[in-house]
Design a protein around this ligand. Structure first.
Ligand code: OAD
Length: 245
């Protein structure tokens, strides 16, 4: 008998965090080499810091753009894009801002924390795509306000339309796969509970245990790409989790 795999599900949600892009060379936020170990978010990633010193905040984000511009989608990103192309309904709900899911070919992507490659005016709220690796033009041509990265900083609200779309997809899924998130940042960290309550099979891909691990029926303890390849190929553990949720 063929082991159950991604192909056995109708509506799949991949819920991704920084660990998804780790194999592409994008640093995670926490743990060894984590961004917040080296850079204090209170100086670089909140509205108060931006109001105080926009140049310093932009320097940090230009540095992140340069770093991400050297990175490419990994096998895990590509496998998820492949699943979307072949299976009935695949959605990515991501906390990542690097755009690597889209670069791999994923189309149905809800970005909870915005995108590093988009800017919005802090005054008139115009929002534009901006692929320049380093942004030199920091003022909005329409109103003269400051462009800021269109990403969610500490203390910012998430976009309600994006959250609603993500919630709808998660409530209706039959397979929920969390990949590479420490599950400590809210409100994103509570979204998986919608899948649990909706009766989806919930799988956690992470080399380490997280505060949310108890909610998942199946844990794949390893790097994203290898664990996703196992899910795609079909694995006996998935069979066991299906019959004994
Ligand atoms: P974290 O840096 O908090 O957690 C990364 C997770 O990825 C950890 O649980 C690691 O064990 C796991 N991990 C590392 N390498 C992996 C690999 N190769 N494969 C799979 N998993 C791996 O990142 P997030 O949970 O995404 O928000 O952080 C959530 C939010 O906190 C971010 O979106 C960002 C940050 O502050 C904002 O900036 C608003």
């Amino acid at each position: 008998m063929v082991d159950p795999s991604l192909r056995d599900f109708e509506r799949i949600v991949f819920f991704t965090g920084a660990g998804m892009s780790a194999e592409s060379g994008v640093p995670t936020y926490r743990g060894a080499g984590g961004i917040w170990r080296e850079y204090d978010y209170r100086r670089y990633a909140c509205q108060t810091a931006f109001a105080r010193d926009p140049d310093a905040v932009w320097e940090f984000h230009n540095f992140r753009r340069e770093l991400v511009s050297r990175c490419h989608p990994n096998g895990g990103h590509r496998l998820i894009a492949w699943a979307e192309a072949l299976l009935p309904r695949v959605t990515v709900v991501t906390q990542n801002i690097d755009g690597l899911h889209q670069a791999a070919g994923s189309r149905r992507v809800f970005e909870l924390h915005g995108n590093l490659w988009r800017v919005r005016c802090a005054s008139c709220r115009t929002s534009v795509q901006d692929e320049h690796v380093v942004r030199h033009e920091l003022r909005c041509p329409s109103c003269g306000g400051w462009w800021r990265p269109d990403i969610v900083w500490f203390g910012d609200m998430l976009r309600s339309d994006v959250v609603m779309d993500a919630e709808r997809a998660i409530r209706g899924c039959d397979l929920f796969v969390s990949i590479g998130t420490s599950a400590v940042v809210y409100p994103a960290a509570e979204l998986p509970l919608l899948a649990v309550r909706g009766g989806a099979l919930c799988v956690e891909v992470n080399p380490e245990e997280t505060p949310a691990s108890e909610h998942y029926q199946l844990h794949l303890r390893g790097p994203a790409t290898a664990m996703l390849a196992r899910l795609a190929a079909g694995i006996p553990e998935l069979d066991a989790a299906l019959v004994d949720p």
